[in-house]
Write a protein that binds this ligand. Structure first.
Ligand SMILES: [Zn+2]
Length: 464
């Protein structure tokens, strides 16, 4: 049977509709790929229905669902966001490889052993924390980015929204969860932000009798496994009397599921039917997401974020052990700091190894004591929105899809972004200056060579 040709204008309409969805921002440490993720709440069926609605609004005839699907699958590298870590990439690769090389076999054995040791280490910490109140065992994780506004309104799918971040800490000893929330105009979601939330969690628990802290997280280098979070621990054991030690262990890649996932699910469930316009409303949802042992929720402000990258300048050595071996940060499985030796960081590259010592003040003339360090605030003014987000949020306000009652919240964020130096203009001006300088240089070289040639010619013809 002859296939019916779909008109180019219809195909173009479908492409434009698919492109109008804004991909979700993922906090996970995915490798840089071209893949884009659409919100979990969307599906191809739902997108097609929204496409039909938009055709109706424009008075055009929609294409068949099969055509929409074909274009989506063939031309776009879009995936629907699924909650992380369902399956370990490496374990899947191992299972799907029929002829396994010796290297793959060995790497898989190490992976399984590390996974088991990390699990055991976490279980031991949990058991000890349950029986000894001065031991605080906790795991932490950033939730998938939350959005303002949030709700089942089709326009929200087509516009960029204000991002809200939520770092959750689950206390394995008593089963309580803490949430630290802030929006993207207050701070980003890097090492300083994670360390600042942990600072609050640890100091709060230290003031309630916590002495030994055992923390667990995934391996994200930008957020959890880095020098700046280590600097926080150095500061804590060296400056707060109550804190005896802080150990931070990293769960095996691909097997980092932990109790925070259930906090995140509870919040997502509670928000499913809700309309949310401001970060404070997200906090309210988090507060009431669990009836039994409600989560403690703290709204992080500008003053709560500390610049640990600045404090880290006091530390001379993060990279060489006392035995002269290199510290491989991307492979570290545990770090420990203790009051007995406040300027020593203990590190492990395998959960089965003994700790190796790293002298943080190695060959430093004036050794800094953490007790003398003043913690600098990360920033005193808020952050600007991107130009695209500014535009989209302005549209949502102008159309009253964000109700006027919430405009007083959005207006300052939008105004601040509006009044920043025009980045595009600065870029164009810089490009123009470089081009002008190059042009003048080329002209100068050309004139010089012409004169030299003319002079040589005249000399050779004995005219001079
Ligand atoms: Zn695995």
């Amino acid at each position: 049977m002859k296939q019916r040709r779909v008109a180019d204008s219809i195909k173009r309409g479908i492409r434009q509709h698919i492109e109008s969805f804004t991909p979700v921002e993922s906090h996970y440490c995915r490798k840089q790929t071209d893949r884009k993720y659409l919100p979990e709440s969307l599906s191809l069926r739902k997108m097609y229905r929204l496409y039909q609605d938009s055709c109706k609004e424009q008075g055009t005839t929609p294409a068949m669902e099969s055509t929409y699907r074909k274009i989506f699958n063939r031309e776009f590298n879009y995936y629907f966001f699924t909650p992380k870590k369902d399956q370990c990439d490496f374990c899947t690769q191992y299972r799907n490889t029929s002829s396994k090389s010796e290297d793959l076999e060995r790497a898989y054995q190490v992976h399984c052993a590390e996974k088991e040791m990390a699990r055991q280490c976490k279980e031991n910490a949990k058991m000890r924390a349950k029986s000894e109140p001065e031991i605080i065992a906790a795991c932490f994780d950033l939730q998938q980015v939350l959005n303002c506004p949030h709700g089942e309104i089709s326009s929200f799918y087509y516009h960029r929204k204000l991002s809200v971040y939520n770092l959750t800490v689950y206390n394995m000893g008593n089963g309580f969860g803490s949430c630290y929330l802030w929006s993207e105009v207050i701070a980003c979601r890097g090492a300083n932000e994670v360390a600042s939330c942990l600072f609050r969690f640890i100091t709060e628990h230290a003031s309630q009798g916590g002495k030994i802290f055992e923390l667990f997280s995934d391996n994200c280098g930008g957020q959890n496994r880095n020098r700046f979070v280590a600097t926080l621990y150095w500061f804590l054991v060296g400056s707060i009397d109550a804190i005896e030690s802080v150990t931070h262990s990293f769960l095996e890649v691909g097997h980092t599921q932990n109790e925070n996932d259930s906090i995140h699910s509870a919040i997502e469930r509670a928000a499913r039917k809700a309309k949310i316009y401001t970060p404070e409303q997200w906090s309210a949802v988090a507060r009431t997401a669990r009836q039994n042992k409600p989560y403690s929720v703290q709204d992080m402000q500008l003053v709560d974020f500390i610049n640990f990258k600045e404090v880290a300048k006091e530390i001379r050595n993060f990279d060489v052990t006392d035995a002269g071996c290199k510290v491989n940060w991307s492979k570290l499985r545990s770090i420990r700091f203790s009051k007995a030796e406040p300027n020593i960081m203990l590190v492990k590259h395998s959960h089965g190894d003994d700790y190796a010592r790293v002298d943080l003040m190695r060959r430093k003339r004036n050794v800094t004591s953490a007790a003398d360090v003043q913690l600098p605030q990360l920033r005193t003014t808020g952050l600007h929105l991107s130009a695209a987000k500014y535009k989209d949020l302005s549209v949502l306000c102008a159309k009253n899809l964000i109700p006027p009652a919430y405009h007083p919240f959005f207006r300052p964020c939008l105004m601040m972004t509006l009044h920043r130096p025009n980045v595009r203009f600065l870029e164009i001006r810089a490009a123009f200056t470089v081009t002008l300088v190059l042009y003048m240089y080329c002209t100068y070289v050309a004139i010089y060579h012409c004169c030299a040639l003319a002079f040589t010619y005249l000399c050779s013809t004995h005219l001079l």
